[in-house]
Design a protein around this ligand. Sequence first.
Ligand code: DGT
Ligand code: CA
Ligand code: CA
Ligand code: ZN
Length: 594
Amino acid sequence: MRNVELARCFRDLAAYLEMEDVPFKPRAYEKAALAIESYDRPLAEVYRDGGAKALRAIPGIGASMADKLEELIKTGKCALREQYHARMPVELATLTAIEGIGPKAVKVLYEKLAVRTVEDLEAAVRAGKVRSLPHFGERSEQKMLKALAFLRTTGGRQPLAVTLPIVEQIAAALARLPGVERVAVAGSVRRRKETIGDADLLVVARKGDAVVQAFVTLPQVERVLGQGRTKSSVKLAGGLQVDLRVVPAESFGAALCYFTGSKSHNVALRQLAIKQRLKLNEYGLFRGARRLAGRTEEEIYARLGLAYVPPELREDQGEIEAARSGALPQLIEPGALRGDLQTQTDWTDGADSMEAMAREAKRLGLEYIAITDHTQGLTMTGGSDETKLRKQMAEIDGLNARLGGIRVLRGAEVNIDKDGMLDIDDETLAALDVVGIAVHSHFDLPRAEMTRRIVRAMRNPNADILFHPTGRKIQKREAYDVDMDAIIATARETGTVLELDAYPDRLDLKDEHVRKAVQAGVPIVIDSDAHSVKHLAFPRQYGVDQARRGWATAADVLNTRPGDAFLAALKGGRQAAAGSRNRRARNRARTPRS
Ligand code: DGT
Ligand code: CA
Ligand code: CA
Ligand code: ZN
């Protein structure tokens, strides 16, 4: 059993326990699931080498959890989960993935309406049966309809973070084949679009048909959709379609350009070629029958009188004009990031300790990391109140005294309540190095109210960064209805930084909002939102790409600056080195609390 499957079982147990109102345990199982999922080695291997004792040594795994893991690894089953499932045979994972449906709702829906699957739920909602249930009503029925409709619109596409590792694995397998000279990922994956319809791969090889034959027999392939001498389409076990084309070396650049797209970028390029009495297609750039360019993308762009356009910009959003006039931005590179401003630890709903997070950040080459655990308003995470925050600050001071080569900043992810107030007092906020503010509740306020609420919170002089500004979760939850132009204008006016949360199902700000922020001169930060050490890699894996799609340069991204310069650029221009306690004295207690 793989770690993800073990974690899934623990999540199911957490849900069943919550249905029964068992205190504390559901959260413990949730956290254990996170720890399992993000553990470095397969637990099956850990068990094989060290037995149950080694499992118990994993942080967050208690004795009875270790027993369940042992049972799962040995038998592939967990008796307790089977018992629960026999009593309530529902598809927990898919049902609870629907926004607004938690374990308790699943229980009621099953007991009253025999809902077991998403399809059952949809039928029940359409038949108007849900509104009459206790605690449901017409409003939640409307919400469910919306969530179900949203689920359908995502049909067929997969998040980039799901696709990218699979595609890279296949590309690597192809590169190992004898006679293969080049392999390239094209299409929306190369452009790093947030969701992927299908994956497109190109290969240069001496014998095309041999490569195609090897491709269709890869172990990941479930079904062959089409197979020719130089191209093939397959469906993988996880549902992803992969298109492969074998192209001659002298056309490689032209093919790469064509199959990278986007379609509208291609159309615009071709128009430009036609104006110059040239012909552009996937074989090359031609004048009559003569090939002027084709071996590399660079020579094609150059022959068209354009600077090289990075794939992330190829969306026909002004990049061709910019490439012609020398106005393309110097896009940010992953290595430019020096800090991470949003991380959660085992002080709330994270899996790892502050020290483990700091050490991993250091290993990744970061210079600073802010610990931003949740605050009290988010009860289910065990969020901090002022006292707990003060205690954590003191521990961070101790950590800094002990650790070298990484600076740990004292932060928090503070809740914005329904009216735009923060759930920590201003004096405590002023003592922190970095204050992130975030919406975690009341997602369905009308646009004007939601906007007013967030704007009000941004006006708090202690609020440094607006975390995940739109609250969307890719393919899970729509962004809340908010006027982003107003948010960006307020950011500019108040000096509040906007975050690009690089957690792969968020990517929030998304590309178009990054671009708007950049155009308005509003700085952003790219953070991990890590809930375990594994997640600290997200900014460089996914965040920077999204920022690049938004035309961001390193100068637009505040956490490319060294720690002191970063802190000095925050609202109130604090000098943390001079001691954060007095740095914001002037800001203290100026916001009204209701
Ligand atoms: P996806 O798969 O929906 O996430 O998005 P793409 O961009 O990967 O689209 P896909 O797989 O249909 O095609 C890959 C690229 O091939 C696309 O970005 C541009 C190029 N392409 C495909 N069909 C056409 C077409 O009809 N005209 C032009 N100019 N280019 C095309
Ligand atoms: Ca594609
Ligand atoms: Ca395709
Ligand atoms: Zn959290």
